[in-house]
Design a protein around this ligand. Structure first.
Ligand SMILES: [Zn+2]
Length: 343
């Protein structure tokens, strides 16, 4: 299978930014993790559109040699699509969620990626993004969190295959990560008629998803000590979703957990001053054991953050009650560590 990974935005500009963290760097980091996972599996041939400095040579050359063709193709597609709408063969639909318009040159590059993918028999294109929303105070985190998968609207030829793929990806991601609670995104998989990346104007023959992996201000991304792990885990879950889509039957222990964070050995007591990685793994284990988030909360209320707060303390209490641990009262003491390691 030939997979094209497109880390969202240009190498040097565009995308969300928050507290010096840039979406375009996060999308590249996640994309490179995904690339590595796929390259280790002989079933996949992997292409990645760019790194943090430049577009990949393949695409630099393609754009250089085909720029005028891409522009012409883009306008032909639009004309053809409008003609079908006028003839009543297609009902034009509109995005449920407002997206920023790409500048013209960026839009041409996105059409170019679709054209290249069509010509090079790519089977699946994965566009990687992180979300943001308009916030009254740009220095403060917003109110929304979670991931969303955009798929081509049903009037497009690549819609059906993409939706099946999105279901597989959704199941893997939703196990450990919140689904977006932004109105319009809360179904987790969203029909999208206008995003070029998933094939607007019928420009993509390949199954194309655009995954918004979360909101840039979410604490697991802002927390430097767990960010890389959080991105790695998202890449891993995407990889597992692809494997599920192709009905891979080689399920091993790691795949059955569905995360890179467990199994984990907790050697120290996990208190407020302990290692964020241990806490991140603890939160993951508590999700796996179905005590996190606490019963009246959602994953959006209680994300995996690498920091112990009220959600984690409540979940530890439930965990201790479940395994008959006494006298540690929501703290991770020796008995709790022992129970976690045994599990
Ligand atoms: Zn983006």
């Amino acid at each position: 299978m030939r997979i094209l990974i497109v880390p969202g935005h240009e190498p040097n500009f565009g995308g969300a930014e928050f507290n010096n963290l840039k979406e375009r760097d996060m999308t590249m980091e996640l994309g490179q993790f995904l690339q590595k996972l796929l390259e280790n599996n002989p079933h996949y041939q992997v292409f990645i559109a760019r790194d943090n400095k430049a577009w990949s040579t393949e695409f630099v050359n393609y754009y250089q040699n085909n720029w005028a063709d891409i522009i012409e193709w883009r306008s032909l597609l639009k004309e053809e699509f409008s003609r079908l709408v006028v003839m009543g063969q297609i009902v034009k639909t509109y995005s449920a969620v407002v997206h920023n318009d790409a500048p013209n040159e960026v839009a041409t590059r996105l059409y170019g990626l679709n054209k290249w993918a069509n010509e090079n028999d790519i089977d699946i294109t994965i566009n990687i993004h992180f979300n943001d929303n308009i916030r009254p105070n740009t220095r403060r985190p917003g109110e929304y969190s979670g991931f969303a998968i955009y798929v081509p609207a049903s009037q497009y030829g690549n819609s059906e295959a993409t939706k099946t793929l999105a279901d597989s990806l959704f199941k893997r991601l939703a196990k450990y990560n919140p689904v977006s609670n932004l109105p319009g995104e809360s179904t987790g998989i969203i029909d999208e008629p206008e995003l070029i990346a998933v094939g607007a104007n019928n420009s993509a023959d390949t199954a194309s998803v655009l995954i918004e992996y979360g909101y840039i201000y979410e604490s697991q991304f802002q927390n430097k000590e767990v960010r890389t792990l959080a991105l790695k885990d998202l890449a891993f879950q995407t990889y597992l979703g692809l494997e599920d889509f192709f009905n891979s039957d080689n399920v091993d222990v790691v795949k059955s957990y569905g995360t890179l964070l467990i199994p984990h050995q907790w050697s120290n007591l996990v208190g407020n001053r302990s290692v964020p990685l241990d806490i991140f793994a603890l939160q993951t284990a508590l999700i796996f054991d179905e005590v996190y988030p606490p019963s009246n909360k959602t994953k959006n209320d209680c994300a995996r953050t690498g920091v112990i707060g009220p959600c984690t303390r409540t979940a530890i209490n439930t965990f201790q009650a479940k395994y008959g641990i006494r006298g540690e009262d929501g703290r991770v003491g020796p008995q709790t560590v022992k129970a976690l390691n045994q599990l």
